[in-house]
Design a protein around this ligand. Sequence first.
Ligand SMILES: Cc1cc2nc3c(=O)[nH]c(=O)nc-3n(C[C@H](O)[C@H](O)[C@H](O)COP(=O)(O)O)c2cc1C
Length: 201
Amino acid sequence: MSSAITKEIEAHRQPDHEIHPQFLTRWSPRAFKEQEVPDDVLHSVFEAARWAPSGSNLQPWRYIIAHTPEQRSRFLEFINPFNVEWCQKAPVLAVVASQTKAANGNHNGSHAFDAGTSWGYLALEAANQGLITHAMGGFDKAKAREILHVPDEYELHAVIAIGYRGPKESLSERYLNREFPSSRNPVSDMVFEADFGQKWS
Ligand SMILES: Cc1cc2nc3c(=O)[nH]c(=O)nc-3n(C[C@H](O)[C@H](O)[C@H](O)COP(=O)(O)O)c2cc1C
């Protein structure tokens, strides 16, 4: 995937205002090609995640990656079966977690917000690198914590499937009809002026 707008993207995503095409071309297919991601490409993807902004620059995000068959099979133990069905073909799986406390022991109120920003950066760089990503909240967090030995002060957020896009015909019928870029609500639904709910004029 690159930032060039394809017919497939154009058919489903039209911005109301001009933006960089990368925001439209990143989406979350489920059909993965069984093709490994070279180490240098994977490093670039996490390099982008590294440069996200965070409260007090605490950089609370942590990623635990699986990129060998043995590592992936451990991850598949805690991912919900409806996600395993398609993500088992992804060459890389990554758990996103974040540290809930600052160094002084105080709660870091922005850890989840910051981890979300970091994954967003990751997803955009992955698309720049010709990869697809698909986040999953459908996994057993307690089981993942146990299997991956994640300490209590880290919260688990999502598992990200990373790899190259495969043919949609490789998907079961359940997912085949959903393999297209989704659209979005209008800006007027999410930006208010001066007061919550007040239309931005
Ligand atoms: C935190 C999070 C959890 C998600 N969980 C799942 C999931 O468990 N299974 C799945 O198939 N997709 C999951 N998704 C994918 C979303 O459904 C998808 O990102 C959303 O519909 C927007 O589509 P797009 O990413 O193609 O733009 C998740 C996405 C996010 C950000």
